[in-house]
Design a binder for this molecule. Structure first.
Ligand SMILES: Cc1cc2nc3c(=O)[nH]c(=O)nc-3n(C[C@H](O)[C@H](O)[C@H](O)COP(=O)(O)O)c2cc1C
Length: 365
């Protein structure tokens, strides 16, 4: 099937093909509204938000902007608590618990962060312009209800096979998440930490494989990245790490500080924090290379107390500081200005009026 760029702007009613990535724990209504007001698509990372707080979070965005915004959820399978064997992890983390004076590591628990009936009900009620999903998709019946509520549906793929799966299940656009990306790999059919494909290689392959707008994610932080993604056939970009340094983001101060001095090789993909592969700034915790974490998201219940306690004492040693490989390109400017700059830089490169059409219909063999 011949891939070709499609206009993301028309699909979701935005001016610029720039999506601020949903980042659970780091996005605020202020960040989301600033991006949407600037003509991009702001996204609330809603995975960890309790279902009864979702309406409040959406209302806070709507009090700041009338423009479209996105709400994002996780579609992982939840492990049952009784099946968790934490003996090894607890033994390995025991010295760190003792070092921080926390006593014995706790019995594991499973944080209730998966997309479920309660979150679906809240989402249908809120009906944001866009609903996006990570780690796969909700069941077809839920997807149909979400579309009936008027939401466009987008989701992350880290391989061509995942992009094809999303397309077969009727999403409106596919996010091609390359290896450079900060935060959790959205992988659900392939192993997320086993030779992940880079954005530059993944995007054109996904463009060729699905007849949908493709959104490039991973390692994009400025107009050069946007222009390059469009040249690869993407219809737009989803940018996470570069927004962490904006004043509107709820980035932990220690994380913000670490981003300031991050170098291009400062990150690594690790399962140590949550049990799923995710790209983070290296620190003492990632350097321990946990080989056998609990299944996602149960590992969070064991790594969390260490993260929080050390951070409260001013140390980033055990903090999950999600970041992508383009972290050094981040600029500490308001989110709306960042959207405008990225678009202006890309316009300067493409040298033509927005929206650029990098090439016409490509002919595929
Ligand atoms: C701090 C942080 C948190 C993230 N949380 C989420 C999330 O909750 N949901 C999601 O779909 N993607 C999440 N991501 C991944 C982004 O959607 C996106 O794939 C990634 O940020 C793109 O790469 P970049 O960071 O190099 O821009 C997160 C990324 C970061 C940096």
């Amino acid at each position: 099937m011949a891939g070709h760029p499609k206009h993301l702007e028309d699909l979701i009613g935005i001016e610029h093909p720039v999506i601020q990535a949903p980042m659970a724990g780091s996005t605020t209504p202020e960040l989301v509204a600033a991006v949407s007001e600037a003509g991009g698509l702001g996204s609330l990372g809603s995975a960890a938000t309790p279902p009864d707080s979702l309406t409040e979070a959406a209302a806070a965005v709507r009090s700041l902007t009338e423009r479209p915004f996105n709400m994002n959820f996780f579609c992982h399978e939840t492990p049952s608590e009784s099946e968790l064997d934490a003996t090894g992890v607890r033994a390995r983390l025991r010295p760190l618990y003792l070092e921080l004076g926390l006593g014995e590591p706790p019995e594991p628990a499973v944080p209730p962060i998966a997309f479920n009936e309660d979150r679906l009900a809240a989402l249908l009620e809120i009906a944001p312009a866009v609903a996006s999903f990570h780690f796969g998709l909700p069941p077809d019946s839920a997807l149909a209800a979400i579309r009936d509520a008027g939401c466009r549906v987008i989701a992350s793929a880290t391989s061509v096979s995942e992009a094809a799966y999303l397309s077969d299940h009727g999403v409106d656009a596919v996010i091609a998440q390359g290896a450079e990306a900060g935060g959790h790999r959205g992988s659900f059919l392939v192993g997320g930490d086993d030779g992940p494909v880079g954005t530059f290689a993944l995007v054109p392959q996904v463009v060729d494989a699905v007849d949908l707008p493709v959104i490039a994610a991973g390692g994009i932080a400025d107009g050069r990245g946007l222009a390059a993604a469009l040249m690869l056939g993407a219809a737009g970009v989803q940018i996470g790490t570069a927004f962490l340094s904006c004043p509107e983001a709820a980035t932990h101060p220690l994380h913000r500080e670490a981003l300031r001095s991050a170098r291009s090789d400062a990150t690594t993909i690790t399962r140590a924090f949550s049990g799923r592969p995710a790209r983070a700034l290296r620190n003492r915790f990632t350097d321990r290379a946990e080989s056998d974490p609990l299944p996602f998201p149960a590992q969070l219940s064991i790594s969390g107390p260490l993260s929080r306690t050390a951070a409260e004492r001013g140390s980033p040693d055990f903090l999950a500081m999600w970041a992508g490989q383009a972290a050094p390109l981040a600029r500490e400017i308001p989110a709306g200005d960042l959207v405008e700059k990225i678009v202006a830089e890309a316009e300067g490169i493409s040298g033509r009026a927005w929206p650029p059409m990098p090439y016409g219909e490509p002919e595929h063999g």
